[in-house]
Design a protein around this ligand. Sequence first.
Ligand code: HEM
Length: 399
Amino acid sequence: MTGSSSSDRENDGSKQDWLDSRLPVRRFLTTQFRSFPMPRSASMLWTVGAMLSAVLVLMLLSGLVLAMNYTPTVAGAFASIEAIERRVPSGWLLRSMHMAGASLFLGALYLHLFRGLYYGSYKKPRELVWLLGLLLLVMTMITAFAGYVLPWGQMSYWGADIAGKALASIPVIGPFTERVFLDGSQPGDGTLHHLFVLHFTLAFAIVAVVGLHVAGVHVAGSGNPSGVEPDRKGSLPFSPYFAIKDAFGVAVFAIVLTAVMFLFPDLVTESANYRPANPLHTPTNIEPEWYFLPFFGMLQAIPFKFGGLVASVGAVVVLFLVPWLDTSPVRSARQRPLIRLSMILLVAAFVALGLAGQHHMEGGWLIIGRCATVFYFFHFLVVLPFVSRRERAVVGDAS
Ligand code: HEM
């Protein structure tokens, strides 16, 4: 009995050696996932990356089927979406999954980003992980915008129109950029074709960048809420401890996604987009999806269009500079009372901008929009460098 089981084990071992000496799949999975050391104190916020990865797979699969039934022309786009909703088997389900998935993906992305900002995950040695994450944010935003135009409803058309006009406000190259983007002087067949190709290809490029991003996490090691890098005693293998935690996070995310799809679909849809695009009728209130509202708020809070464009693009650009704006040796906001306070105000400003973006920018909303825009940049360009300098001086004096 013992003899046969040990020969079985030898056989198993030689099969694994055969594969590993040709393609080290098993070795890779063991070192990078099974025994990968995770800080014991990594909280549920460290499961958001797994949620994002899972929903990305869902978006690609549902998107592939949608693309097979979609027609990227002005004459056919709206009708093909109607056909997906009514005639393609389970088409309504896949579309609903794709729309709710996009909204929750961006929600989770913001949570992941603010976690990084709060716990200082952008600091040495994770600067590249941070920059690749931001590249993913930009790619996701472009993909989501392009996807919103594809159904060719009222909001799709007027959203593309506003984006074109914002580009046209760039000095010198503006009109040229607008024409390239729209492929003409107003949204039309060319715009749809550009955005369909962009939506489709960027989705796959995102998968490649996620691979680099996660590889970066695995080289630098995972961070944790305390901001102190753990030693061997402070770590546990990824499997089973964090694999179960990630699976739990993904399951909760799946429940929320299902609830939004089946119980609250209005949360992620704009009723005006169920009316076909009409270039002769401007809707009274043109607004983007909720996840773009804070940036839309900045666009509107500045009195001249190009200034608004600089502010809303600058709001993303400034995030790329964070690892060099914050040079403090202290990592987590848990140990940085001033940063903690400023982070709370930053989140409040971001939410306020989102609310302001939903309203006509006048009176109280205009004041709120402007104050929140100023505070957003104040946090990154003044508070972070100033507090860092003070903390560097204190740590320097103590050592
Ligand atoms: C497609 C979008 C993204 C996916 C699928 C993704 C996935 C992941 C995964 C799986 C992890 C490891 C587990 C975790 O810490 O949660 C991670 C870590 C990280 N991500 Fe992302 N991410 C995405 C976007 C972003 C964005 C927009 C940022 C912000 C700039 C970002 C910044 C980070 C950082 C700094 C870490 C390391 C955190 C630490 O260990 O302390 N990621 N990401």
